[in-house]
Write a protein that binds this ligand. Structure first.
Ligand SMILES: [Zn+2]
Length: 309
């Protein structure tokens, strides 16, 4: 049985974002606390005992407290069920949670060399002592099986693949520590339980749906997909920012080339948006946008939602 817990569903900043007075953030702060959401991450396990995080958000401490499956084992002075963290990009909302996991418990970081180069270039990540926290390079189109702290296989096979995207925004206009060319800055994952063959896809950042991606995702029982913005120009038209979704490496939910339209009719079992920005009107349960997304078979999960395959 493959178990997945949504630790957080929000994009960078979360809901509400500390400095934001947009309608969603205002409501989340006051009369609609159910709108609150931490920054995107999931936890996956094949045995229910050892878990792998996909990305480590700045909210990871709060997420681990809120998730009983990830608490230390009863009777142990120091323990964590977290055996590893698989990174899909180098954005702040995907990697900085590692800094909250520096207290000496052994786990492995799995990331593409492009992202590992960012960790190496920022000495603060040396707080994760490599004697306890191994950094394992992963490659696109090459499956790997993450391991438990004692080296035993996890029973989960992971296939990383390149998806349209960008390098982390703080590197814009700067030299990338891993070199400016080549893929690996944004990857998607297929996670499959080896024993049962059950699998799902995780793409929390994706700038567009190509024909290749469509054929890859067709027939999948479950996908987590980039739900950052409803409209490409949403941040600009709301007066919240100067960038389009595309400029940030994120596809919109709506529109001719949006996620909802592009991924329709592919016989995907369950479609879940992750990395939803607080500007996105689909977060509001009664909004026309939410209804459109739901009619097309999409869900926006509450933090803590558990799914078994
Ligand atoms: Zn806001």
């Amino acid at each position: 049985m493959l178990r997945v817990v949504v630790l957080g569903a929000a994009a960078g900043g979360g809901v509400p974002q500390w400095n934001c007075g947009c309608p969603v953030c205002l409501m989340a702060r006051t009369e609609n606390p159910e709108l609150r959401s931490t920054q995107a991450s999931i936890a996956v396990s094949a045995d229910g005992e050892h878990w792998f995080l996909v990305n480590a958000s700045p909210d990871v401490r709060q997420q681990l407290i809120a998730t009983p499956q990830l608490h230390p084992k009863a009777g142990q002075l120091r323990h964590s069920p977290v055996s590893g963290v698989i990174l899909t990009n180098g954005e702040i909302d995907a990697v900085t949670g590692l800094l909250s996991m520096r207290e000496g418990s052994p786990f492995t970081i799995y990331a593409h060399e492009k992202v590992l180069s960012i960790l190496r270039a920022n000495s603060i990540f040396n707080a994760l002592n490599e004697n306890n926290v191994r950094r394992q390079p992963i490659q696109v189109d090459k499956t790997f099986e993450p391991v438990l702290p004692d080296g035993a296989p996890s029973g989960i096979e992971v296939l990383p693949f390149a998806v349209p995207g960008k390098s982390a925004w703080y590197l814009e206009g700067k030299a990338h520590p891993g070199g400016d060319i080549g893929e690996g800055d944004t990857i998607g994952l297929r996670l499959r339980e080896k024993a049962s063959g059950k699998y799902f896809y995780f793409l929390a950042a994706c700038a567009g749906v190509t024909d290749d991606l469509k054929s890859r995702l067709a027939g999948a029982p479950l996908i987590f997909f980039d739900g950052t913005v409803w409209r490409d120009d949403e941040l600009i038209s709301a007066g919240l920012g100067t960038k389009t979704g595309q400029a940030m490496g994120h596809i919109a939910m709506s529109g001719d080339h949006g996620a909802i339209g592009s991924l329709a009719g592919l016989d995907i079992g369950r479609k879940i948006f992750l990395h939803v920005n607080n500007s996105n009107p689909a977060l509001l349960r009664d909004s026309a946008e939410r209804k459109m997304a739901e009619r097309a078979g999409w869900q926006i999960p509450a933090d803590g939602t558990e799914i078994t395959l």
